[in-house]
Ligand binder design. Structure first.
Ligand code: 5CA
Length: 440
């Protein structure tokens, strides 16, 4: 892509309504545009990053056997009345009437709808276990939408739902999801720690929030520092290994604000291992057994003819929130750096322009064509700005690698720079090989 062709409305000024870095940067670099309070359009750059995050989330869900589907954004109030949450949910729920005066709502979450789908399709314990998920827009009429995509009213979420025959099996599904989440966040370049949490309006008595550390985070956390040293890559995707992983996490105290108990914290953790800080919740998982299946009569027949309400859990990842959360985690010294796995482009090619001499730009175009032929997702800077403003722009955009055509690029060699890191002089072949390796 040539940058002049890219729809990239970069703003000169930091918008005053944006209080935290990620919000400022997302507006400034034209990733998003506010359409009304807490509701955003996703412009090409932001959309591309979000879609890459979505794909990683999807791949890790598929790896644990979850199946993708798609439910609508608009739901009927009937099923929410059956579960008892229609009144309980309060003003956060956007309620709508259709032309027949039927009560509808824009889904803030999907426990009821998925339970209704399940009860009308599954009759026997033999069809269990199942995990279904979708990646869809949600609407919550937050009292104070703020921090851009971090706490907005309309947001993109992956929500999954598990169905099992008893609690023992249900906990296996919960643990599988726990494992999938750790792998997902790792691929996104994040260190997300599972913290025991309150269940709020979703319900149940077992729940973990996955939190990344950030000063601007809304969640206060209390943990044993050693939980950050657990290496999830030593665990395999099978039940015994996943159970061992859970046991290792359970050894360390890690809770959010509402679960905090000062006496427990001080008794269980040595002073030097105590960590009290703030973080951003990027995922939240719940096990609530028959909280929805009971009132909605979602049962299966057991072997001996009796019926049992299926045991369920639900599992959310804030896909759109993650774009902001990753910026918060990666922005440093006025330089942004996207993890390779989700960077909007893999490399940017920048030419130093001399008056009446287009040779560096012509070389840059050649490099660009060569990389494109080799499936490298490159951005070519074809503006006539001076080098220092180009560098500033790409520090802001955070594309992890730069190829610079200037005084140091002779013959087939170019300057190859890691944003925020070292510079090397390499042949274009070597750069291509390096990039292909990094992005595979
Ligand atoms: N049904 C359950 C799990 S599927 C559920 O809705 N859980 S949740 O309420 O915790 O939301 C899941 C994730 O969505 C959160 O961890 C957070 O990352 C994201 N999220 C929640 N509210 C917002 C919001 N207002 N703005 C942006 N992201 C949000």
């Amino acid at each position: 892509m040539y940058i002049t062709k890219l729809f990239l409305p970069i703003l000169k000024e930091i918008p005053s309504e944006a209080k935290i870095k990620s919000h400022q940067l997302m507006l400034r670099t034209g990733m998003i545009k506010q359409s009304s309070a807490g509701i955003y359009s996703w412009l090409p750059l932001g959309f591309k990053v979000m879609k890459k995050i979505e794909q990683i989330v999807r791949e890790e869900q598929n790896k644990i056997g979850a199946q993708e589907m798609l439910m609508p954004t608009i739901q009927s109030a009937e099923i929410w009345k059956e579960s008892g949450r229609y009144d309980e949910y309060g003003e956060e729920m956007l309620r709508i009437k259709d032309r027949q005066k039927r009560e509808m709502l824009y889904g803030p979450t999907n426990e009821e709808l998925i339970t209704e789908i399940f009860r009308s399709s599954v009759k026997s314990y033999k069809s269990l276990p199942q995990i279904l998920y979708h990646i869809q827009w949600k609407f919550r009429d937050e009292l104070r939408p703020r921090f851009g995509v971090m706490r907005c009213r309309e947001f993109f979420m992956k929500d999954a739902y598990s169905f099992d025959v008893n609690d023992e099996e249900g906990l296996k599904s919960y643990n599988k999801m726990f494992f999938a989440y750790l792998n997902t966040f790792k691929r996104l370049g994040l260190e997300a720690i599972p913290m025991a949490a309150e269940t709020g309006p979703i319900g149940g008595d077992l729940s973990h929030e996955f939190i990344i550390l950030a000063e601007t985070g809304e969640s206060k956390i209390y943990s044993d520092k050693r939980i950050f040293d657990i290496d999830v890559s030593k665990y395999k995707n099978d039940d015994p290994s996943i159970q061992n992983m859970r046991k290792e996490y359970n050894k360390f105290y890690a809770v959010t604000d509402d679960k905090f108990n000062k006496a427990d914290f001080e008794k269980n953790i040595k002073k030097e291992n105590q960590l009290i800080t703030r973080g951003i919740e990027v995922g939240h998982i719940f096990y609530f057994g028959d909280k929805y299946s009971n009132p909605l009569k979602c049962t299966v027949d057991l072997q001996k003819g009796s019926k049992v309400a299926v045991k369920m859990g639900s599992y959310g990842v804030g896909v759109s929130r993650l774009v902001g959360a990753i910026i918060e985690a990666k922005y440093n010294n006025n330089i942004m750096r996207w993890p390779e796995s989700i960077s909007p482009f893999q490399v940017v090619i920048i030419a130093s322009l001399q008056k009446n001499d287009k040779s560096n730009f012509l070389k840059a175009e050649k490099v660009y064509k060569f990389l494109k032929q080799n499936n490298v997702d490159a951005l070519l800077d074809d503006t006539d700005e001076n080098l220092s403003s180009k560098f500033k722009k790409y520090d802001l955009l955070g594309i992890p690698y730069q190829i610079i055509l200037g005084s140091k690029s002779t013959g087939n060699n170019c300057e190859f720079k890691e944003i925020n890191g070292k510079t090397e002089i390499l042949s274009i072949e070597a750069i291509k090989n390096k990039l292909q390796k990094k992005f595979n």
